[in-house]
Ligand binder design. Structure first.
Ligand code: ATP
Ligand code: MG
Length: 420
């Protein structure tokens, strides 16, 4: 089954609005077994829309458009599509009544232009808009004269505003699709790793997975700051079995580096592990500026494990808040193994937590030296077993440096927790 997505909106091409429909719809569709094979963003003009829809209908079983269903002069999707399919637009009384009640409920006058939103191409199915006025539309194009194989296609038009599109798609478009074009079996699983680069991951798993790739396993890698995702996707009745086999092989190769599946996050894994053990954590951050605490506090239930954090950017604060010794700072410098260790021990002492993480490093762009170039960072984990410090080198831009360092720190703690 071929599925294509057309996002209309000149604001997308001018970089004024992020095309969130692309991600949101592709994810929803693939989770349900409809994998989008092509997506385009185009301007709001009639010729652009007509060309894109014509091309997509020439290839796809399902074409979804977003945007341009509203009442303003740049909203032309409905008109263009009705025109090219040779369908007249007929005023739908129940849609008109819903639009009128939308304005009456809000004590607003009914704009004359909003009547165009009640125009429905003949034969189209209306997808109600419970959060706005313009309904979505679904049309069966059969036979689809743009296709050379004489098959039919479905065309679904969704409105632009995300808060209108999302519920409409979930509540009305998905049930329609399930009825008119039942999905193929499709299983997609993302296994998330931290601590290895993407080429290292690939080197370790490529050979062991080769036979499964031959049997239809699609293998994908996604490198993100501080982590690498490995994605398995399979179509057909064997899909679940093949993906499970692939995951078992991956675990055998890089098991210790795996922290989660699909949307699971590193910080979620930490909170989960500590909650299970009824243990607590504190953090002492210099170069990440609170980023580690920020990530941990994004996890629901973090309060059960995170006691507190210190953002100690200056030497004085490292001394005053964490008890880092002036001597240590003088001898080794703030970015050093010794200071990272004392920061973690100080945070653990001050909060009485089971574990403490500390980071100190040089984010750049200034401040590097030949011995400690920009990107140098020390990460310490303190516990009742003592303190361990690792040195990392993250010579990226400032924000990436912070993100990668936070990942590495969380991963160091995760590895220690797992080693018990
Ligand atoms: P309206 O009735 O509001 O005019 P519409 O169906 O005509 O709706 P558009 O005019 O294309 O839709 O877009 C309406 C709003 O939705 C705008 O704020 C736009 O930025 C937002 N929007 C449109 N497309 C996208 C997209 N792909 N991703 C995120 N937001 C979008
Ligand atoms: Mg509009």
């Amino acid at each position: 089954m071929i599925v294509e997505l057309i996002n209309t909106g000149s604001e997308l091409l001018l970089g004024r609005v992020l095309n969130t429909h692309q991600q949101w719809l592709c994810r929803r569709l693939s989770d349900a077994g409809y994998v989008v094979s092509r997506q385009v963003a185009i301007g709001d003009t009639a010729p652009e829309i007509e060309r894109a829809v014509r091309e997509a209908l020439g290839r796809a079983d399902l074409v979804i458009t977003t945007g341009g269903l509203g009442p303003t002069s740049d909203d032309v999707t409905r008109d263009v599509i009705a025109g090219m399919l040779g369908k007249s637009l007929i005023e739908d009384k129940s849609v008109l009544a819903r639009i009128e009640s939308f304005f009456i409920q809000r004590s607003r006058p009914i704009p004359a232009r909003s009547q165009v939103e009640a125009l429905v191409p003949e034969g189209a199915t209306v997808l109600p808009n419970l959060h706005g006025t313009a309904p979505g539309l679904a049309i069966e194009v059969r036979p689809d004269s743009f296709r050379s194989d004489g098959q039919g296609s479905w065309l679904i038009m969704l409105p632009g505003p995300p808060r209108e599109l999302r519920p409409m798609f979930t509540d009305f478009a998905m049930p329609l699709l399930a009825r008119v074009m039942p999905p193929q079996i499709f299983v997609c699983r993302t296994v998330r790793t931290s601590g290895l680069g993407e080429t290292t991951v690939q080197e370790q798993i490529e050979e062991p997975l080769r036979a499964l790739v031959g049997r239809g396993l699609e293998l994908g890698y996604c490198a993100r700051p501080g982590q690498v995702d490995v994605r398995f996707a399979v179509r057909g009745s064997d899909a679940a079995k093949l993906v499970a086999e692939a995951e078992a092989i991956l675990r055998a190769c890089v098991g210790g580096n795996i922290f989660g599946i699909d949307d699971q996050l590193l910080e979620g894994a930490i909170v989960h592990l500590l909650t299970e053990r009824k243990q607590t954590l504190s953090v002492a951050e210099s170069c990440t500026g609170g980023g580690i605490a920020d990530r941990l506090t994004n996890v629901p239930g973090a309060s059960a494990v995170l006691l507190g954090g210190f953002v100690t950017y200056s030497d004085q604060m490292k001394q005053a808040q964490l008890g880092v010794r002036a001597d240590t700072l003088r001898q080794h410098g703030a970015v050093s193994e010794a200071v990272a260790g004392e920061m973690a021990e100080g945070a653990r002492r001050a909060t009485q937590s089971h574990y403490a993480i500390a980071v100190t490093g040089i984010a750049g762009p200034g401040g590097g030296t030949p011995e400690k170039p920009v990107g140098t960072v020390f990460i310490a984990v303190a516990s009742d077993r003592g303190t361990s410090v690792v040195k990392m080198f993250n010579p990226w831009d400032r924000l990436t440096f912070k993100e990668v360092t936070a990942c590495q720190a969380l991963n160091q703690l995760r590895l220690q927790l797992l080693s018990r």
